[in-house]
Every structure is written in structure tokens, then in C-alpha cells.
Design a protein around this ligand. Structure first.
Ligand code: MRU
Length: 354
């Protein structure tokens, strides 16, 4: 809208001069540093090492990784490029297990590849990846509008992990709703769970909020219950890494606990995610692979151990919130209230009628 503040300054991923440029999310906000990936293996390593993270951002980055894989394969093998890039595709596919957007993006790029001959695939695949990126931003903007409409004016919001421009092609999912609500002048407070152990909330969400001039209050994950008990929150907004066909939702560890708290305190709990995060081949949450990362992420901080040497740690980085605890799923195609298998099937039926 003309004159409206857009709150949209941040971009995490870019394909430029034949390389993928990523804001290094491991060091934000202390440093704004970029990592430049010149081949698909470097892109896969950047995803595994969490230089870039967040389900949709992983998908967009992997799509650009396919461009680099194909360009490299054409340089090495000419018309045999397709076979020559198979190893790179497997490496990208294995880079992180939970975010289904990775597989969605690789499937989209494979569709684009299927229409090509033996000639240099770089330009058409660059077009396909750039379109996928633009579509993600567009989807986020639509979710922003739909999600903001669910919130009261002057809402006090709680969010978990980072679901903003850094976690997506741009703008964000749950944080996109915060941006959209702020643009219409409707946000009184944004509470960001710090999100142990990677501190995506304390570092990344807080950085995005302050960069946009929006209010940011960080709390320890364990403080969320007390905040809800005091009646300070009007709605909880989270993103998703994979949503099963029945609405069960995998998201950053701690999300399930928030959903239980929300139900206990009668606060609406909203999941905001594009349809690229819905895995219709997965009937329910029990089939979602949950990544477990290095215990040292819990036992130490920035390389400094704070727990006894003899102690071990369990470090699942996602949990699954049952659909029954979700008040609404906001997608770019519409809002599914109290999501279940029927509601999600109807959403897809509306997109692609049988
Ligand atoms: O381990 P991360 O930082 O990749 O986890 C990210 C999340 O859990 C986000 O909430 C999710 O990807 C949604 S991002 C729009």
C-alpha cells in the first residue's frame, strides 16, 4: 500500500555472479558476514552447518545449489551434465533431514531439468530457482495478510525460533505475520523465546525486529509459561519445518511445549507455513524424521564447555505438535482452522481440483 511501512529489509540468500551468497546466521547479530558458495557441495555444507537455516530458506538455497551443480556438471561433462550432477543432488538432499521444503525445492528443480535437453542448463535453471525464490516471498506476503487478520489490534505476540526473512526467501512466515500486523499499526509487543541451544530467537528474531524498528523482548524459553500465566499474550505464532497430512507439525524444539501452554491458558496457537512445508506423503507426525544434532551444542556455548565433562546431552532440534493443539494453520492458499486430514486435503483440493 502506498506510504505504508513495509518492514522488509532483510534477505538471507542471493544468487549473484555465479555463486550463492548467504548471510552467515551462525555469527549474527555480532557480525554481519557473508559466506560465498561457489559449488553445490559448499551449498550443502552451508545448510548442514546452519550458515543458512529455516525450512523455506533451506529450500531456496538448495534450489540455487542445483543451479551451481548443473553449471559445474556442464563445464565438466558438456551434454552429459545430468548424470554428472547426480552426486551433488544426493549431497544436497542429505544436507538436513527435517525441513521438507528441501525435498520440495529439489523436486521443483528436477521438474525444470526434465524439460531440458543436452544444452547448457545454467540459464533455464537459474530462471527456475529465481522464480521459486520469488514465489516464496510472495507466499509469505499473502500469509502475512491472512495471519494479521486473525489478530486483535495492538496484539501482544509470542514467537519461537526465527521464522523471519532469514528463515525464508524473504519477509518470513510467522514473523511475516508480525511484519504485516505491524504495517497496519497493530502490534504492541513481540516476545521472542531465546530458543536454546542455537538462540535463533535471541540472536536472529531479535535482530530482524530491531532492524525493522519493531519492539523486541527476549525471554528464556522457560519463562514463556509465566508470561502466559500473567495474561500478557494474545496469540502465539510459530513456523513449521514439516507438516504431516493430518496437520501434525514439526517445528523447533520447544514448540510443542508452547502449544500445550497455549491450550492451558486459552491463548490461540497459530502455525504459519507455506504449502511447500506440507508433506502429504507423511500421514501423521510419527513419520516425520527428527534431526538430532551434536550434544556439544547443549553442553557448550561458542566452544566453551559449561557442563561437567562426564555429562551427556540429548539434542533433538525439532518436536512434533499434534494438530489437535493448533487453532489455525495459515498458508498462502488460505487459513485452515483446527487443521486435520480433511481440512488439509480440502486446501490442496482447492489448489489443484481433482
Ligand atoms: O534448526 P532451524 O533453525 O533450521 O529451525 C528452524 C525452525 O524450526 C523454524 O521455525 C522453521 O523452519 C520455520 S521458518 C519459516
Amino acid at each position: 500500500m502506498a506510504g505504508e511501512v513495509q518492514y522488509d529489509k532483510v534477505r538471507a540468500v542471493e544468487l549473484r555472479d555465479g555463486a550463492v551468497h548467504l548471510i552467515d546466521q551462525r555469527v549474527l547479530p555480532l557480525e554481519v558476514r557473508y559466506e560465498v558458495c561457489r559449488d553445490a557441495r559448499q551449498v550443502a555444507a552451508a545448510i548442514t552447518d546452519m550458515v543458512v537455516r529455516g525450512a523455506p530458506a533451506i529450500g531456496v538455497t538448495a534450489a540455487y545449489g542445483v543451479v551451481l551443480a548443473a553449471a559445474g556438471a556442464y563445464r565438466a561433462a558438456g551434454p552429459g551434465w545430468r548424470a554428472a550432477m547426480a552426486g551433488d543432488m544426493e549431497c544436497l538432499r542429505a544436507s538436513r533431514p527435517t525441513a521438507v521444503n528441501l525435498h520440495w525445492a529439489l523436486a521443483r528443480m528436477e521438474e525444470a531439468m526434465a524439460g531440458l535437453g543436452a544444452e547448457d542448463p545454467t540459464v533455464p535453471l537459474t530462471g527456475a530457482a529465481t522464480r521459486l525464490h520469488a514465489e516464496d516471498i510472495e507466499a509469505n506476503r499473502r500469509m502475512g495478510v491472512l495471519g494479521a487478520a486473525l489478530l486483535p489490534k495492538g496484539a501482544r505476540l509470542l514467537t519461537h525460533c526465527n521464522t523471519g526473512a532469514l528463515a525464508t526467501g524473504g519477509y518470513g512466515t510467522a514473523l511475516g505475520v508480525v511484519r504485516a500486523a505491524a504495517a497496519r499499526g497493530g502490534v504492541a509487543a513481540v516476545y521472542a523465546d531465546e530458543t536454546r541451544p542455537w538462540l535463533q530467537g535471541a540472536r536472529l528474531t531479535a535482530w530482524e525486529l530491531v532492524t525493522e524498528g519493531l519492539p523486541a523482548t527476549i525471554l528464556a524459553d522457560g519463562a514463556a509459561a509465566a508470561l502466559l500465566q500473567r495474561g500478557h499474550i494474545d496469540a502465539i505464532l510459530v513456523g513449521a519445518d514439516r507438516i504431516a497430512a493430518n496437520g501434525d507439525t514439526a517445528n523447533k524444539i520447544g514448540t510443542y511445549g508452547l502449544a500445550v501452554l497455549a491450550r492451558h491458558h486459552g491463548v490461540p496457537f497459530y502455525v504459519v507455513a507455506p504449502t511447500s512445508t506440507i508433506d502429504r506423503a507423511c500421514p501423521d507426525g510419527s513419520g516425520i524424521p527428527i534431526e538430532e544434532r551434536d550434544p556439544l551444542e547443549v553442553l557448550a556455548f561458542r566452544g566453551v564447555r559449561h557442563s561437567p565433562e562426564q555429562a551427556r546431552a540429548w539434542n533433538p532440534v525439532f518436536d512434533v505438535t499434534p494438530a489437535s493443539l493448533i487453532d489455525a494453520l495459515v498458508t498462502e492458499e488460505g487459513v485452515v482452522e483446527r487443521p486435520d486430514a480433511g481440512g488439509i486435503a480440502a486446501l490442496f483440493g482447492a489448489i489443484r481440483p481433482a
